[in-house]
Each structure stands twice: as C-alpha cells, then as structure tokens.
Ligand binder design. Structure first.
Ligand code: GUN
Length: 322
C-alpha cells in the first residue's frame, strides 16, 4: 500500500506505478488578463473621482496596412475602450517617409492628453525606415511598449522602478506570478533574444534573481540547455520547436510563440501553434501556457497597464504641482 505522499507523487511522475501521469496545470492568459483589465477599469474610475474629466490617453501609430497588425491593433482598441482609456489609432500610408513618421511621433510626445504611444511593428513602409530611430523618438515617459533605448537600458541595469516594461515579457512575469512558483534562485532558460521579447525577458528574470541562460539560433545543443530549465520561456518564432522530451520534469513553460501552420481539417486551412509542442510538453511540464489564450492576451493587458501607470504618474505630478 502506497502512502498518500507517494500516491500524490505518482500523479506527477511519468510512468510511475504503471499509471498515467497527470497533465500540467494550464496557466490561462485569458483569465489572468481579464483580472488585470478589471483592476484597470477600477483604476480609471478612481482617477475620474480624483480629477473629473481625466482619462488615460493612448495612441497606436501604424504605418501601412498589414493584416496581422490590423488584428492586433483592433484588439488593443477594444481593450482600451472597455477599460475607459481614450485610445486613438493613427494610420500613416505605406508611402510615409521616416521624417513624416518622426513628425507624428513628436506631435504625440507634445500632446499632454496622451500618456502612452506605441508604434505598431513591423513598419509596413514602401521605403526603408530605421525602426529603432523611430522608437527612440518616443518620449521615454510615454513609451508604453518599453522599447526605447532609455527604457531598455534601465531594465538591463535592473532600474525597474523608473522604467516602463515591454508588454509581452511583463505579461509572462504576471503569468509566472500566478503560478506561485518563486523565480529567485531558479534556473530560467529563454529561447530568443529579440528586443521585443527575448532580451527584456532575460533581464526581467535576471532581476527577479533567477540564473538565466539566453539561447538563440547559434546555441549548441538546445535540448540540453532546455533540459536544465526550471522555468522555460520560448520566444523563438519557430512552430513547435521545443519537444516535451526536452523538458525537466515539472518545469514551468511559458510559450510566447504565435505561428500559423497548415491544417486541412480547419475551415481556414491553418491553425495557431506556439514555439512549444503542446501535446508532448503537457505530459512533462508542471505548468504550461496554451496557444492561443496564454501569453497573447497578456500582451494587450500589460499595454493597458503601462498606459494607466503612465497616466497615474502625470495625474500625481499635476496634483503635486497645484
Ligand atoms: N507587433 C507585434 N507585437 C508588438 C508589440 O508588442 N508592440 C509593438 N509595437 N508592435 C508589435
């Protein structure tokens, strides 16, 4: 007869006692993002009590007309409207030059009713535009994407109090907090080093006191690196790259991938998958985020969070100056 502790362990250990192992706990971005959005709704109402007529203001600046960007922007506009954020979508044509885009950014920087500005990426311009130059023109205090060199530099140094955090990594941290797993002292592995996800994710985990391994396209023996991870964040942009067999038993797996793969059984002929092979990872991980419904909705929620945070700062400064 097995003790209760041993039987509970069997639920987690693959193949033990000839029984099947339990699946990972699913970490829902749909649920967590809803909680964040509800909290922000309350914040906006409180602002209006403190300063009647005041609303957080957000501008989403788009160049061109990419279908994927249009979809992302409409979900941002919907979330903003629900929360009570005054959001405006400014669209420049594909023919816009870098100078014209910079002028639009400067105009928003100077508008006191706008507390947050994001430039939707990638830019869909006919002529080449230096994306980082455009991003760096955003006033750091309004950089609710956290992508300016100023905010990225603060984050890389661990100066978190004064900086706006990039939305996807910030959403991943919120999902990790939801699990109750503590980050300090853990071994975290981040796959991908993009400015928008991988690099800031590495920094956030590092300043949350994890020991971090940063993997990328030149990393040797990725399965070996992944097998050491207590916490894995996959942001490689490669469909189902990470196999369940690679994972440490019980690992916390955060999947930032958004990849379309062909699927003839779907009316659209395609289906959305992450960077992690979900079915096999689910057998081995302790916690896992689904795709869709994991990290994706958190990105939008954290953009709203940054916008409200930026508006609070302005409101508090104006009330302190009275
Ligand atoms: N394109 C895809 N994701 C993002 C994001 O988080 N921010 C911006 N600005 N563009 C994106």
């Amino acid at each position: 007869m097995l003790s209760l502790a041993a039987r509970l362990l069997c639920l987690r250990v693959s193949g033990c006692c000839g029984g099947s192992r339990s699946m990972a706990t699913v970490v829902s971005g749909n649920k967590t993002s809803k909680l964040v959005r509800e909290r922000l709704q309350g914040d906006v109402l409180r602002m209006q009590v403190q300063a009647p007529g005041f609303r957080p203001g957000l501008v989403v600046l788009q160049v061109g007309d990419r279908d994927d960007s249009n979809l992302y922007i409409s979900s941002k506009m919907r979330a903003a409207a629900e929360i009570g954020i005054d959001a405006r979508h400014v669209r420049l044509p594909r023919s816009a030059t870098e100078a014209e885009v910079l002028r639009s950014v400067q105009a928003v920087n100077q508008n006191p009713a706008v507390h947050g500005l994001i430039v939707q990426l990638p830019l869909d311009a006919a002529e080449p535009i230096d994306t980082q130059n455009v991003i760096d023109a955003i006033a750091p205090a309004k950089d609710v994407d956290g992508l300016t060199s100023v905010n990225a530099g603060r984050l890389s140094r661990g100066e978190l109090a004064g900086c706006l955090l990039p939305c996807t990594p910030s959403g991943c941290m919120e999902l990790i907090r939801q699990t109750g797993v503590s980050v300090a002292g853990k071994h975290a592995v981040v796959i991908g080093r993009s400015k928008i996800v991988g690099a800031p994710m590495r920094d956030l985990l590092l300043w949350s006191h994890a020991t971090v391994t940063s993997c990328h396209s030149r990393t040797h023996d990725l399965p070996e690196q992944v097998s050491r991870a207590d916490i894995l964040v996959a942001a490689a942009g490669k469909a189902e790259l990470v196999r369940g067999e690679w994972l440490k038993e019980g690992a916390l797996v955060i999947d930032c991938g958004i990849n379309h793969v062909a699927d003839e059984t779907k009316p659209s002929g395609k289906r959305l998958v992450g960077d992690v092979h979900y079915a096999s990872a689910n057998q081995r991980a302790g916690y896992i985020t689904p795709v869709p419904g994991g990290v994706g909705p958190m990105t939008v929620a954290m953009l709203m969070e940054n916008t409200v945070q930026s508006a609070w700062r302005v409101l508090q400064q104006s009330q302190a100056g009275r």
